[in-house]
Design a protein around this ligand. Structure first.
Ligand SMILES: *Cc1c(COP(=O)(O)O)cnc(C)c1O
Length: 651
């Protein structure tokens, strides 16, 4: 489902004569707003990354990373991961909880878990586990394969492994296996029958489980994941079921196994008020259950902490109106207040933030391949000829009449004339040559109208619409469906901008199109200082390399992308900061993306057989004398080389 693109906004005057500054580039692309101190623009006009956000710490120039990748022969599009950003985000969340717990004299501790569904890539999970070790930061799994991974990755006996999602007997058995390994694996009951299944299994094998109860709380979020909360949510127990669960566990004398209370009201929660409400409601439920005899040790507030994709720091669906500290302060203080009022112990706090931990750490760099521009081919001869059709002559006259003052009238007349010309063409009155002339003149008129309108503060909406319709479409070497699925599926805005040339004024209004054969394969909603807009200013293409970065793709995008049109996974590099290196970084790992043969194999093709079939056909053509033998060998080699090559366009 594609949501409608952003409204037309009155745009920066792109052909202003004043001197261009880096501050203006920052204003257009809002880097310092969404960048959260990780991203900025240097005086050379390159995008830089400050992965530790420390003064005098390493600063990595994205273009130096790109240069090094080029030297290593790594083709674009490519994913760049900054492992230090992951580490910084893990530290930020854990340190903030510790600080506020101390400040508030809260008597429980914090043991967060990273939900691996947000980005299950082994290197990502490993880095998070490693950075989280000092804080006993654990993992959350939501499926059997994820728990299989979590059991192998989370070897710290003091950190939690929380298991959410629907469960079969094997998944429950795996969780109990974790207990047998000495790990703190907590099975969160999403559905009542899971509890009875679990207790039966536990009795069969003689291992006591650690149990969490997930509640469908009444507090609902706004934004794109609102349906995760409320009575009709997909997961969790109703209040009635929770009470029944507690009474059942009491009746079999196992209530001591119930350790954790859980809720999760959806992802990317835009408004802090929703979070406050949910903590309040959850805390009351926890307190009442405690008084029912369930001596719960953990209070799990789920995930949902959003990120500021569009830089507005508002409660818009692509933003959040709070900081990490605001969020943590509300969790700690509200929980403390309710527990004190209810006179129950302060539970240990668990949270399951995924998006907020991983979104910033990775980006996709694509190279622009070319542009589609309506009416760009202006060297078509439109000169007047004898006995020319009157419609063409009229269009030429309109072109001669156009001024800064009358552009609206000319636009109306020219558009009407163009419509009439189509009818005339269908009646056979207008020749192909004449139609081409008329349309060439029409688009040239429109271009001039747009230029006039850019200088006019009161330009009518219709003309602003024309301006964005005539925007150049920059053809980018990537697939939206592989690298930014949420922009297509739910209209999420992701920051996009050139990673160099930011010291030059961008002169072209553009949208971005990808290389899939799908008209939805495009980016046409961008952030701006005035809210979402449907075009973005970019630099004129000169034939030199031009790189556009798509940022904050580390949460979900990386992992949910698909192989539409057989475009497979991207090449990727893992960057580590290194203060002792002249460039402040080194490439720690290169992971090559899918080859054509890999993608085809996953769809049941057999690349070897295909190559053999092709070779056999070429041999037949050689025998028939249609292809020369030497050429036949080259063609066979070429087909095989293509099978082994990257799925994206080669430069
Ligand atoms: C998806 C999910 C999360 C992670 O949510 P974020 O919005 O990425 O923080 C946490 N807990 C549960 C139960 C989830 O399903």
């Amino acid at each position: 489902m594609k949501t409608t693109p952003g409204p037309v906004t009155r745009f920066h005057n792109l052909d202003s004569k004043s001197e261009w500054t880096i501050a203006e580039a920052d204003e257009i692309y809002q880097v310092s707003r969404w960048g959260e101190g990780y991203f900025s623009i240097n005086e050379k006009g390159d995008l830089t990354v400050t992965p530790n956000r420390t003064q005098n710490g390493p600063v990595i120039n994205m273009m130096e990373v790109v240069e090094e990748m080029k030297n290593k022969g790594i083709a674009f599009p490519a994913v760049i991961r900054f492992h230090d950003i992951l580490r910084s985000q893990v530290a930020l969340l854990n340190k903030t909880f510790r600080a506020l717990i101390e400040e508030a004299n809260y008597r429980g501790s914090y043991s967060g878990v990273y939900p691996i569904k947000v980005n299950q890539m082994r290197e990502v999970v490993e880095e998070i586990v490693d950075a989280g070790a000092p804080y006993n930061y654990g993992l959350e799994a939501g499926s059997k394969p994820e728990l299989i991974a979590a059991l192998a990755m989370n070897t710290n006996q003091n950190s939690l492994t929380v298991v959410n999602g629907y469960k079969d007997r094997d998944l429950l058995r795996l969780a109990l296996l974790g207990i047998q390994l000495g790990r703190k694996v907590i099975v969160v009951v999403e559905k009542y029958s899971e509890l009875t299944d679990l207790m039966q299994l536990s009795q069969e094998i003689g291992v006591e489980p650690l149990i969490g109860l997930r509640a469908k709380i009444a507090t609902k979020s706004s934004g794109k994941w609102a349906s995760s909360g409320g009575d009709y949510a997909k997961f969790g127990l109703t209040i009635t079921e929770i009470l029944q669960a507690v009474r059942y566990m009491k009746s079999i004398d196992k209530l001591h196994c119930v350790k954790l209370f859980h809720f999760h009201i959806g992802s990317q929660i835009p408004d802090l008020r929703t979070i406050k409400d949910s903590i309040n409601e959850g805390a009351r439920i926890y307190a009442k259950l405690y008084k029912e005899g369930a001596k719960l040790e953990y209070f799990d507030v789920g995930g949902g902490v959003g990120v500021n994709y569009d830089g507005t720091r508002s409660n818009s669906p692509s933003s959040i109106n709070y900081t990490t500290r605001d969020y943590v302060a509300d969790v700690v203080y509200i929980l403390k207040q309710v527990c004190d009022l209810e006179d129950v112990p302060h539970p240990n706090i668990v949270s399951e933030s995924g998006r907020a931990i991983t979104a910033h750490h990775s980006c996709v760099i694509t190279n622009v391949f070319g542009a589609l521009e309506i009416g760009a081919n202006t060297n078509f001869n439109t000169d007047k000829v004898v006995s020319e059709n009157i419609l063409v002559s009229n269009m030429r006259e309109l072109s001669n009449d156009l001024t800064e003052k009358n552009y609206q009238d000319v636009y109306n007349d020219a558009t009407k004339l163009k419509e009439e010309s189509i009818s005339a063409f269908k009646f056979g009155i207008l020749s192909l040559e004449e139609r081409a002339k008329l349309e060439t003149i029409y688009w040239a008129i429109c271009k001039r109208i747009v230029t006039h309108a850019s200088k006019d503060e009161y330009a009518p909406d219709e003309i602003l619409q024309l301006k964005s319709q005539m925007a150049s479409q920059y053809l980018c070497n990537f697939s939206v469906f592989q690298s930014a699925p949420d922009t297509w599926a739910i209209g999420q805005i992701l920051p996009a901008l050139p990673i160099h040339k930011l010291n030059e004024r961008p002169t072209e209004l553009c949208t971005l199109i990808d290389i899939t054969c799908d008209s939805d394969g495009k980016l046409d909603t961008f952030l701006s200082a005035d809210g979402p807009t449907n075009t973005m200013p970019l630099h004129k293409l000169t034939g030199e390399d031009y790189y556009i970065g798509l940022f904050m793709t580390g949460a979900y995008q990386d992992i949910m992308g698909d192989n539409h049109n057989c475009f497979g996974r991207l090449n990727e590099v893992h960057i580590f900061a290194d203060d002792d290196d002249p460039t402040d970084f080194y490439i720690e790992e290169v992971i090559f993306g899918n080859k054509a043969s890999t993608v085809l194999s996953s769809l049941q093709y057999n690349p070897e057989t295909m190559a053999q079939t092709l070779k056999a056909t070429i041999d037949t053509q050689v025998k028939r004398g249609k292809i020369r033998p030497r050429e036949g060998v080259d063609l066979t080699d070429f087909y095989e080389a293509c099978l082994k090559s990257y799925t994206y366009l080669k430069k």
